[in-house]
Design a protein around this ligand. Structure first.
Ligand SMILES: Nc1ncnc2c1ncn2[C@@H]1O[C@H](COP(=O)(O)OP(=O)(O)OP(=O)(O)O)[C@@H](O)[C@H]1O
Ligand SMILES: [Mg+2]
Length: 485
């Protein structure tokens, strides 16, 4: 039924400019997400290069993002500065990263009270407009831009491009209010923030960077991509891709290598900005741009033993509504009808992740059914409570005179400081040595290995003994020692 609106009286209820603009400031962007939102526009504008720079001046610091994309005409720029410049229901080009016609405004205002956009179309003169909250608040009281440019060589910079756009943020009160330029502590903190922004960019746009679609320079230095999946590492296990939702969505899981398979540098790099535990989960991409990096989307909780599981989900921008993509492009929610499918796929990846995590990266000979892995500790349960026991079948323990050492083993089992270990691990994950790591070069481990090897030789050929050693903790972590035993 079509409503006959002509029968109703109406009244004007346009937003009050200054209140509305001030409210934009509270959309809840982090500076990382805000910068990524501005970069989205550069990518949608076909930029091949983006230069992100800042000029530290305390409270007068400027932060700028320059691209060599298609640029805008005067009318296009005025429209771009208009909140709600596009219809969110409009079908967008498959490579367009925008949706709401808001990002430029909300992201910028979240960080500063004033920002200018200067833009140039090919073979045209540059144009610029500024949103200045103080002007709107104290003078205009209306939605009015001013044609001002902050100090700096912005005109020259834009003239050096055949086409492009520079977004300049200044009066960044959220970060720098009242800070003087010579405040060293504030400067150091600002630099740390900039480092976080850089890492976020390296993560969110890693596919664009890896695919040479764009080069991003941060303070003149090219940003290297951060790929969460360690796809090039030989010990990474990848699952086959699964199409969902009639092939519109693709899901692909990875189980990252156990710590023992990574060099210290690889290990540190792979932990990303959030740390190993927090980086587990789904990575949702929309048109190659990462929206969510390491979340279980409400389907599971993050737990230490699943930390090696990372799963990519690829969405087209035509599903923005169903996935409830937000203005900041940092939230996505799995539609109800897909949750079971996602859960099933993720459960498979998580099951493998827990194997790799628990077996500590050992080489398992799965076709060898007569042998099984011999850990030092066994997890047991009684009356719904858990406890840990030393495995008396472990070939080294079996060498002991059990009658004599049993009381010692019992003492260790009964006093294992489980609560302390749990607290330490959750507060400071991966801060423990792996078995014999701190003494790997010493003879202790070699002597232990030799003793077990010698005893295995009683009933095995040297070849068999060596392959059994690969299934015995902690020797499984040192295949190179087994080789030369
Ligand atoms: N760097 C740029 N180069 C060329 N055009 C731009 C640039 N930045 C913004 N625009 C234009 O301004 C418009 C508004 O940008 P804005 O970020 O506010 O919204 P959006 O990108 O359309 O959607 P979203 O709110 O999802 O980001 C864009 O649609 C684009 O046409
Ligand atoms: Mg945008």
């Amino acid at each position: 039924m079509i409503t006959d609106y002509s029968k109703y009286p109406t009244t004007d209820a346009a937003p009050i400019a200054v209140n509305m603009l001030e409210s934009f400031r509270a959309v809840g962007y982090s500076i990382e997400a805000a910068v990524a939102d501005i970069l989205d526009n550069s990518i949608s504008a076909g930029a091949k290069n983006v230069w992100i720079d800042f000029d530290w001046q305390g409270a007068n610091t400027t932060f700028s993002l320059k691209d060599d994309g298609c640029g805008m005409t005067n009318n296009e720029l005025i429209n771009a500065m208009r909140p709600g410049s596009r219809d969110p229901n409009e079908e967008r080009d498959v490579n367009d990263l925008g949706r709401f016609g808001l990002g430029l405004k909300t992201a910028s205002f979240s960080q500063c009270r004033k920002y200018t956009v200067i833009s140039k179309k090919q073979s045209e003169e540059p144009v610029f407009w500024t949103w200045d909250l103080d002007y709107v608040y104290h003078y205009a009281k209306e939605w009015k831009l001013i044609a001002s440019l902050p100090s700096g060589n912005w005109n020259e910079q834009i003239q050096n491009l055949s086409s492009g756009t520079i977004v300049i943020w200044y009066d960044m009160d959220h970060l720098l209010k009242g800070i003087t330029a010579n405040n060293q502590k504030a400067y150091d903190k600002f630099l740390q923030t900039m480092e976080r922004v850089k890492k976020h960019i390296a993560t969110v746009f890693h596919r664009y960077i890896e695919g040479n679609k764009i080069k991003i320079f941060f303070s003149g230095r090219e940003v290297e991509a951060w790929n969460p999946f360690l796809t090039k590492h030989t010990a990474t296990q990848s699952f086959s891709e699964e199409p969902l939702n009639n092939g519109k969505i693709k899901v692909r899981g990875f189980v990252l290598p156990h710590k023992s398979k990574l060099s210290p540098e690889e290990f540190r790099n792979a932990e990303g900005v959030k740390g190993w535990n927090a980086q587990q989960g789904f990575y949702v991409y929309r048109n190659e741009r990462m929206l969510v990096g390491g979340e279980w989307l409400g389907l599971f909780r993050k737990e230490e033993h699943f930390k090696l599981a990372r799963i990519m989900i690829d969405l087209p921008n035509s599903l923005d509504g169903e996935w409830q993509i937000d203005i900041k492009k940092s939230v996505a929610r799995a539609p109800f009808g897909l949750k079971d499918n996602l859960k099933a796929y993720a459960s498979m990846v998580r099951a493998q992740a827990i194997e790799v995590y628990r077996h500590r990266g050992k080489v398992i000979q799965r076709n060898n059914t007569t042998q099984h892995f011999q850990p030092v500790w066994l997890e047991k349960q009684k009356d719904g409570k858990r406890y840990y026991e030393i495995n008396q079948e472990h070939p080294f323990i079996a060498l002991m005179d059990l009658q004599t050492v049993k009381p010692l083993l019992r003492l260790l089992e009964e006093t294992l400081p489980v609560p302390l270990i749990v607290i330490n691990e959750s507060e400071n994950p991966d801060s423990f040595f792996r078995p014999f790591e701190k003494v790997a070069a010493s003879n202790e481990l070699k002597e232990l290995l030799k003793a077990v090897y010698t005893s295995l030789l009683n009933t095995n050929t040297p070849e068999q003994a060596k392959s059994r050693l690969l299934l015995i903790e902690p020797f499984n972590e040192y295949p190179e020692l087994i080789e030369h035993v």
